[in-house]
Ligand binder design. Sequence first.
Ligand code: TPP
Ligand code: MG
Length: 206
Amino acid sequence: MKQITKETYLNWYENMTFWRKFEDKLAAVYIQQKVRGFLHLYNGQEAVLAGSLHAMEIGKDRMITAYRNHVQPIGMGVDPKRIMAELFGKATGTSQGLGGSMHIFSKEHKFHGGHGIVGGQIPLGAGMAYGDKYFNRDNVTLCFMGDGAVRQGSLHETLNLATLWKLPVVFVVENNGYAMGTSVARTASHKFSGNWDWVMKCPVDR
Ligand SMILES: Cc1ncc(C[n+]2csc(CCOP(=O)(O)OP(=O)(O)O)c2C)c(N)n1
Ligand SMILES: [Mg+2]
């Protein structure tokens, strides 16, 4: 198990601050209509990524996530300029400017997107882990999803096979309380841990 030292905390703080500034800049240029299409930011969820990256072996382990995907590849080693270029639709972007906000990829850095279909990345994550196991590669895949994706059927099929075949995949649910405007409390019968009283009180949800 990796130690968490003062340097680790400082490193997390530095990275998280950079990711926040990156997203805030995108929000600013989005309003100026320099970035087209959808724009989903990662603000407020940075600590999940910082901790996850710490547990990973960068350069070896894989990551796949949903559409809130601008800063994860930065953490995996992709040049932030290439991600910004992708958002601006430039040929120098990570997907030659053709993917945009929701589709950042870097196979070289083992960052496998960037998926707009809610829950679409879940079976893909397990599939990559299956490939690694099949070819005796010692990699682990981290597969992120939002709380909204937990209600997708693909998760339940995937969890069954991932457990049956003992795949080297870790599923991470980033529960930010909402799937678009709909609160977890209104759409899931199971209880998530944590205090979600504020979800019920949020006026947006009424
Ligand atoms: C299969 C599918 N159904 C519906 C949508 C529309 N949609 C886009 S975002 C979203 C909510 C997802 O919420 P969550 O997984 O919690 O992610 P968050 O935005 O909170 O990170 C929905 C339903 C979609 N993209 N894909
Ligand atoms: Mg959510």
